[in-house]
Design a binder for this molecule. Structure first.
Ligand SMILES: Cc1ncc(COP(=O)(O)O)c(C=O)c1O
Length: 412
């Protein structure tokens, strides 16, 4: 058992706001956060506005709601609403950003000069490479694999321990051919946290940009994206922001707006959106320049409900309780003889604790039949207790998991 108790039991008062928690032992927030009743209230409001006003709801309410959503998202990483670009998912946000990097890959002189003005000394030649890691989410790699016909080369750094990717390995992979390093803030299978400041320094020293996929971090890892030195940050509401699918976002360091001009775009990116000019495109002065088309209002409403809970709890309390529950899970799993694949230092871990199981699917299915929801990735059962989980739920998970994993039973 960990020496320190799990902090912030007061947050358990919020459990009653999440119907899913009464119906199951839900330990899978890293896949999909539970829905709060606030999301239903806010969704109902949007549906009412739709029924009452039809298209007039856009002007009367919904454009303002979208500004509110940008503001809510910005608060999670310490930036104002104007620096947040909405996207339907992280892949779409990445596609827009990848399009803005094509000129860097080609070594376009004007683009490199504008990067220089923003403090990125990228030299004068083409930078055809994008560096990522074997532990990153596939959509990161896919963006640049899809650009292979344009001469873009993806470099994938292996993970020596299957848990983390050391800074030295990043340092060795980044050179004068590197346009971008694209990696996670928290790796999606191992929960290991990358050091953003150190990565930014490595990239910038070598004239490369840093893109962070923070889907597994936003909401539970305190982040000040400006101070962390990140250039491009993408994330979404599906998981730790408790806001369901259909809402993601992108932040770009404003000094880079002039250098990173997208070629994948849509009418929400224009400065004169409602002038309806088919023959003219002037990008918005703020981050909307990286947006595409009409956002899903039901998704936006659901997301705002979740973000309200996150704001009320605060990222620091979220982080402390999530990591304490992770510590508890690790120590109980150790005691039960399960093979844990997680970073032991809670400060370097997000909300994921993986347990090695050769064939995880039948185990996850058997747990689900008992009402215990976790998920699996190749070779692991992925567990992710969140602030709204109890210590007893974590205990139950480990007890039942050990019953289904033959090796751990032997050692009990
Ligand atoms: C680290 C990470 N990135 C991205 C995604 C999802 O990307 P998208 O919004 O494109 O589905 C996930 C999970 O679904 C994830 O864990």
């Amino acid at each position: 058992m960990p020496a320190t108790p799990v902090r912030h039991p007061e947050l358990l008062e919020l459990r009653s706001e999440f119907p899913l928690l009464a119906r199951s032992t839900y330990l899978n927030t890293c896949s999909l956060g539970a829905r709060s009743e606030r999301s239903r209230t806010s969704l109902d409001r949007v549906l009412e506005q739709w029924d009452g006003l039809g298209a007039r709801a856009w002007y009367g309410h919904w454009l303002g709601e979208l500004d509110g959503l940008r503001e809510d998202l910005g608060k999670t990483i310490g930036v104002p609403a104007g620096e947040v670009a909405l996207a339907p998912n992280v892949s779409a946000a990445l596609a827009v950003m990848a399009s803005a990097l094509d000129q860097v890959h080609r070594g376009d002189a004007g683009t490199l000069e504008r990067l220089g003005a923003a403090g990125i000394t990228a030299g004068t030649g083409p930078r055809t490479r994008v560096v990522t890691t074997a532990l990153d989410f596939p959509t990161i790699g896919h963006q640049w694999l899809a650009r292979a016909p344009l001469g873009v080369e993806l470099v994938v750094i292996p993970s020596p321990d299957g848990l983390t990717v050391p800074l030295d390995a990043f340092a060795a992979a980044i050179d004068e051919r590197t346009a971008l390093v694209a990696t996670g803030h928290v790796f999606f299978t191992t929960g290991a946290v990358n050091d953003l400041n150190a990565l930014a320094e490595l990239c910038h020293d070598r004239g490369a940009l840093l893109l962070i996929d923070a889907y597994q971090a936003t909401g539970i890892v305190p982040t000040d994206v400006t101070a962390d030195g990140v250039d491009i940050y993408v994330s979404g509401t599906l998981k730790w922001l408790l806001g369901g699918s259909g809402t993601a976002f992108c932040w770009v360091r404003p000094a880079l707006y002039n250098a990173l001009v997208p070629t994948t775009t849509g009418w929400f990116s224009g400065s004169r959106q409602f002038a309806f000019e088919v023959d003219a495109l002037a990008f918005a002065a703020d981050a909307r320049r990286y947006e595409l088309g009409t956002p899903s209002m039901p998704s936006a409403a659901i997301a705002r409900g979740g973000l309200e809970v996150v704001r009320e709890v605060g990222v620091v309390r979220m982080s402390e309780r999530t990591r304490d529950l992770g510590d508890l899970l690790i120590s109980l799993a150790d005691e039960a003889g399960l093979s844990v694949r997680a970073v032991r230092d809670a400060e370097r871990r997000g909300g994921i604790v993986a347990v090695e199981v050769a064939e995880p699917k039948p185990v996850v299915d058997a747990l689900a039949a008992e009402g215990i929801i976790v998920d699996y990735r190749p070779g692991i059962v992925r567990c992710s207790p969140a602030f709204y989980n109890t210590e007893d739920e974590v205990r139950l998970l480990v007890e039942r998991l050990s019953a289904y994993v033959p090796d751990s039973q032997d050692s009990l």
